[in-house]
Structure formats: C-alpha cells, structure tokens
Design a protein. Structure first.
Length: 535
C-alpha cells in the first residue's frame, strides 16, 4: 500500500471538516417535529421536567416512527453532499487495508487474543504460543465464517485454566445481548452447552472457569417472571454451569444482595482455587470486592465506600490492590486471602506524586501503572514493595500491561505520539522489551518527528500541558488556553482537546478549534498533514 498523498488525505479530511460545512450550507426542509410529553420528577425537593422521556421506549410505534423520520431526514442531507461518494470510497479503502490488529490478550498455557483482519467485519478468536509468534497462530472461532452477513460478533471470551476449552459470548446485530458457548481449542468444535443472557449493554458480562475445568461461573440477568419487565436487564447475579448439563439446572452463586445497577467482573487466581468478584455500583466509580475461598465461602473484601479501585490475585496468597482511601493519588496495598478484609491490609507502595492506576502481581513482582499527566509509565516493585526499576518504554507514551505471561514476564501495549500501537513482551530476567509481530505495520513512519513535553502556565488554577511534535494536536486543561507552535500528536487521554493547525509553510496562520472527541481531532489533524491516524 502506497503512502497516502496529501491530496487523498485532504479528501478524507473533508469527511470530518468539510461535510459539516456542506450540510450547513445546503438548502433542506425543516427538521421533523418532535412531540413533547412532559413528565416531572422531584429530586431532593426540586421538580425536574423531562419533555422527551417517551423517546426511551424504543419498542413504541411512536418512537419507531420518529426514528424513521429522523433517518430519512439525515439520509437526505448526507446524500446531497457532492463529495460523499469520493469520501466513502477513500475511507472504505483505508478501512479495508488497515493493518492486522490483535487485542484482549489472555494467557493460560498459550496466548489467546481477538484478531481484527480487514476486510473482515468481525474480530476472530485465535490462539498463539506464549512468544506471540503469529506464524504459529490458529483460529479457534471466526464469526465471519459462522455468519456470512458479518452481523455476529464476539462480546468476550474466557479460556479454561488448562487452555483446552474456551467460553465465548456471541451476539448479533450489535445488540451485545450475548449467549455463551463452549469451544474446544484444539479442534474449534462447539459443544452443546448454550447459556443465553450472559451479557447485555446495561452491565456487561463475565465468565470464569472452575479449577477442574468441568464448569464455569457466569453473570446472569433475570429470566422469565423473576423480575418486572423494566428490571430484566438489571439485577445481575452469578450462576454456575456444569459442562454437559442443561442451563435450566444451573445453580445460583452470589448477587441477590447486589444493587440493581451492579456490574460484575469475575477473575480467578492463577491456580483457580480462589474466585474474585469485582462489583461496580453502576458507572459512578464505586467498587466492592467479594472473594470465594476454596471452601466455597464468600467474604466481602472491600465495600463501595472503601476506596479500593483495583484488586488482583497474587500467587503468594495475597490480594494486591490500588486504594485511594486517605491517598487521593492512589497507593498499593496487600491483603491476605486467608483474612480477606481491609482491617488486615498493609501498605506496600505508598502514594507518589503521580496517579497510580493499576497493579498486576506476577510470581515475584508487582507491575504498577502510573499516569503522569497525559503519558503513562510502569514501575516494577518486589512483592514487599521495594522499587526495582521503571520499564524501558518509549518516552511520552501510553503503556499498559495487557497480559501476564509465564513467571514474571508480561505483555505490554505501548503507543506514543509518533509510534502506532505496538505489542512487546517484557523479558523480566533480561530487563528488555522484545518486539512482537502481533500488530501489523503502517505504510509510513514518523521517525523524523521529535516529541517534547512542556508545561505552560494557565490563567486558571490548573496547569495546561502541551504535547507537541511535528504535526498537530495539543491537549490543554481549558478550551480557552492559548498554545503556540504546536504540531500533531495522537490521543493519549480524554477530553478536552484542541485542534491546532500547524504554523509552517503551506499551512498559513495558526488557528484552534476545540472538540471533546480525541478520535475526531486526531483524524482531522493528521489527515491535514497527509497521513491517516495510527490509532
């Protein structure tokens, strides 16, 4: 594939920048009318009126008619754009020729991942050796072969501890209303087990295997008349399924006491003897943790108000967590599994000047991910909390521990402002990153770019930071802050973002347009330079 020419890239840029202007200038009939049906609720003594709640009833004939009218109106506008066919052709070509990408890594005897391989519509489930060598890759399940229409997708998957079987949740038409199936890894054969309703957009879903591989725990939504219709996609609970038995005989495990908006994630210890249920109280940031011990008893490790934001099972009988209790930037704690209570917790890594985000224990180490403003980094500690080193990742980049491998090795995903997302294996013994071919390459590089991290004083209390390189997005803490001579970078953190057109020959004067969409800003700005965003 040839490098995108500036002219081609500018045509793509029209999709983001020109289309809006073309639409605004086009003569068109008025918007379809939207009826108002006022509904009032009182919150803390204040009456709040909502005129459009009726639109939440997506099964209503009135709502369906309204959607049809809005779609027709939108179609009329889009079809009137003269450049639309050229834009569609260019964007389609880019999507069809995008590099192969692997993600959602899990390691259990071998490396499992989802693989997106354009022009296929849906990601496939694949298995690779622990080295990540794609030459030894095998496809376990290809939804594109299962459904030629491309409308069946993998929601998530969980391999058994011995890596012989894998549970896969599949859903259709973008519904994320998933049904769990069991596949044999060696042959790709699907077993007879079928568990409907393991995931849904309201709270997601999760699965974890039993230690012996003869069954698995899964999240279950209410069925039949267990709840009123308005609650059937809430009140998530955990059930257990024995392989080969009908789903109707599955047994309840935990969750009746959880809140209506509970979002449950299940994760077992390395040897499968312990099971951890992380329960989010909706999307407000509160998390509770419940631990199942080998004797089958459940104990609450931390409640919603205890400030524990991450918790992971170690190999040494400890739970390692990240807590913001009395430490707003986060500190790392250890809790013995035999006494799974915050009362027994010990501080392993104290709070630092940057934000702790995650912790991953391995055989003898702790990998702690920190956020330093926009970029991130990973520091390595002993299990007792002694600092050992910082991982040798690219400067001013985003890095995450994607999977734990054997011993103390981990899989890292990195992305910088001049380097597309890449996957490397960290060899703990040699303290080096070993590149892999798990993600494909783009037909261009930014090797000639220089990234410098600078701070600028803001007229607002918080500091505004700029991350310039040779092409053009800068992040600020305020949409009104002025930044001069900034060039393109790709998104590493979320809103707000300012798009800065470069001040260089051929570009004219510097202008800024602010947006809360990093993807929009990255696409528009990099297209103006003549490349497609690596993200």
């Amino acid at each position: 594939m040839n490098m995108l020419s500036p002219a081609s890239a500018l045509r793509v840029c029209c999709f983001f920048l020109g289309a809006a202007n073309a639409i605004a200038a086009a003569a068109a009939p008025g918007y379809p009318p939207t009826a108002k049906h006022s509904v009032s609720d009182a919150y803390h003594g204040v009456s709040v009126t909502d005129d459009y709640r009726w639109l939440e009833e997506d099964a209503s004939s009135d709502v369906k008619r309204w959607v049809t009218e809005q779609n027709s109106f939108t179609r009329h506008y889009l079809d009137a754009i003269p450049q639309r066919s050229a834009i569609a052709e260019q964007v389609g070509a880019l999507l069809r020729t995008a590099p192969v990408r692997r993600f959602d890594f899990q390691y259990r005897g071998r490396l499992f991942a989802l693989k997106m391989q354009p022009p296929k519509n849906q990601a496939m489930l694949v298995a690779l050796p622990g080295s990540g060598d794609p030459r030894a890759e095998r496809v376990i399940l290809d939804p594109n072969a299962l459904d030629a229409s491309g409308h069946t997708a993998i929601d998530f998957f969980t391999p058994s501890y011995d890596g012989r079987r894998v549970v896969v949740s599949l859903s259709k038409n973008g519904s994320e209303d998933g049904t769990a199936y069991v596949y044999d890894v060696a042959t790709g054969r699907r077993l007879d087990d079928e568990i409907p309703g393991v995931t849904y957009p309201t709270a997601g879903g999760s699965v974890e295997w039993s230690r012996d591989g003869r069954g698995f725990y899964y999240t279950r939504y209410p069925r039949g008349d267990e709840r009123p219709p308005e609650d059937r996609h809430f009140f998530q609970q955990v059930y257990f399924h024995r392989i080969g038995r009908p789903a109707a005989s599955d047994s309840y495990v935990i969750g009746k006491e959880f809140p209506r908006i509970a979002e449950i994630q299940l994760k077992g210890s390395r040897d499968g003897t312990y099971l951890l249920a992380a329960v989010r109280n909706g999307d407000g940031g509160e998390v509770a943790y419940h631990l199942r011990s080998p004797d089958g008893r459940w104990r609450e490790v931390a409640g919603f108000k205890d400030g524990v934001k991450r918790l992971a099972l170690g190999d040494d009988g400890q739970l390692y967590g990240m807590s913001i209790k009395d430490a707003p930037l986060g500190r790392i704690i250890a809790i013995p599994m035999l006494m799974p209570s915050l009362a027994a917790a010990k501080i392993i890594v104290p709070e630092t000047r940057i934000v702790a985000e995650d912790v991953q224990p391995t055989r003898s180490r702790l990998y702690v991910t920190y956020r330093d403003g926009g970029p991130s980094l990973v520091r390595v500690y002993s299990l007792s909390g002694k600092f050992q080193r910082e991982l040798p990742t690219p400067p001013v980049s985003n890095v995450s521990v994607s999977a734990r491998l054997e011993r103390d090795d981990v899989l890292l995903t990195t992305m910088s402002y001049v380097q597309p997302r890449s996957i490397a294996r960290y060899d703990a013994r040699e303290n080096r990153l070993v590149p892999t071919a798990l993600n494909g390459r783009y037909p261009f590089t930014l090797d000639d770019a220089v990234v410098e991290r600078e701070s600028a004083s803001s007229r607002f209390p918080r500091t505004a930071r700029a991350y310039p390189s040779r092409s053009s997005i800068a992040r600020t803490s305020s949409s009104t802050a002025a930044i001069r001579r900034c060039y393109t970078v790709t998104a590493a953190t979320a809103s707000p973002w300012c798009l800065i057109s470069p001040r260089s020959p051929g570009f004219g004067s510097t202008t800024a347009a602010c947006t809360r969409s990093p993807a929009y800003a990255a696409a528009a700005s990099t297209a103006s330079r003549g490349i497609w965003p690596a993200t």
